[in-house]
Write a protein that binds this ligand. Structure first.
Ligand SMILES: NC(=O)c1ccc[n+]([C@@H]2O[C@H](COP(=O)([O-])OP(=O)(O)OC[C@H]3O[C@@H](n4cnc5c(N)ncnc54)[C@H](OP(=O)(O)O)[C@@H]3O)[C@@H](O)[C@H]2O)c1
Length: 258
């Protein structure tokens, strides 16, 4: 079975590649990985250089694949999300009928935030795209609030926290393991059951534990961010309380980062 992972150098994609190519990983899998950068093939991973924004290299990378796990994304350019998926699906269809596994986010259908709307459009495109597919929505990875807090904590003194925002972070490795299951399962799962992290925190709670774990002191400054998107987040549409699936906690994640 030949599996291509897009976004294979990213937070999630690198876990997917690691699990697929592990010495005791699934047998009979040829692991292919996509990046815009030139990377030497090694450790059981065949790298392809390709850009989903321009289409360069995508036909060659997608040719002959049985499964494509689509993790590539650029949140700073939400408008490119759908055209990237189109480029990928069209290249895949020109060369066969691989199963497509797409990672999405809990709340993309309910929160009017540009990046989420773009991901929801991709979900619908894939559902109607004619290829067998699985779509998995999860809550935010631990890495995401950690990255935001790292940036906010660069400023000394105060740390702004969005008032009323709650987060249910999940381990990216556990999400990757589920994507691998979906990639290996025969047939099409369609919309898989959502996955949420084991605990829900206010952003202020996350900030406090992050500051304690990294040995910094800041005064938290609650900010009420206006707009419909933030109202959607404050309403908790980014949470999956009925779908707690992850086991690794935020504290374990912070402990591993030390
Ligand atoms: N982060 C979260 O909390 C979270 C939660 C739920 C779902 N998700 C979804 O999970 C997916 C992966 O997220 P992540 O946090 O792992 O992202 P990430 O670390 O930012 O990685 C994104 C990857 O996309 C690739 N990429 C970007 N533009 C590309 C292009 N034009 N052509 C080809 N590759 C391109 C990059 O590869 P190169 O730079 O090597 O080309 C990079 O490896 C996204 O779809 C995201 O929406 C994320």
């Amino acid at each position: 079975m030949r599996i291509l992972v897009t976004g294979a150098s990213g937070t999630l994609g690198s876990h997917v590649v690691r699990l697929l190519a592990a010495p005791h990983g699934p047998p009979g899998v040829e692991v292919h990985a996509l990046s815009r950068a030139e990377r030497p093939s090694a450790d059981g991973v065949i790298w392809h250089r390709g850009d989903l924004a321009t289409g360069e290299g995508i036909a060659g990378a997608a040719a002959g694949m049985d499964v494509i796990v689509h993790c590539a994304s650029d949140a700073r350019r939400p408008k490119g999300e759908l055209s990237a998926a189109r480029t990928l699906v069209e290249a895949a269809r020109a060369n066969g009928s691989p199963r497509l596994v797409y990672i999405s986010i809990v709340g993309v259908d309910r929160i009017p935030f540009g990046y989420y709307q773009a991901k929801y459009a991709v979900e619908r495109y894939i559902e109607n795209g004619g290829l067998p597919y699985a779509v998995l929505r999860t809550t935010q990875f631990h890495d995401f609030p950690a990255m935001i807090l790292e940036a906010l904590a660069k400023v000394p003194g105060v740390l702004p926290v969005p008032a009323g925002l709650r987060v249910q972070p999940i381990d990216a490795g556990e999400v990757a393991a589920r994507l691998v299951e979906l990639a290996l399962a025969p047939g099409a799962a369609g919309r898989a059951e959502d996955m949420g992290g084991p605990e829900t925190f206010t952003f202020a709670e996350l900030a406090r534990s992050y500051l304690a774990a990294t040995g910094r002191r800041r005064v938290l400054l609650p900010l009420r961010i206006p707009g419909r998107a933030m109202r959607g987040f404050r309403a908790g549409h980014n949470l999956a309380p009925g779908h707690v699936a992850g086991e690794r906690t935020w504290r374990e994640f912070l402990g591993r980062r030390k």
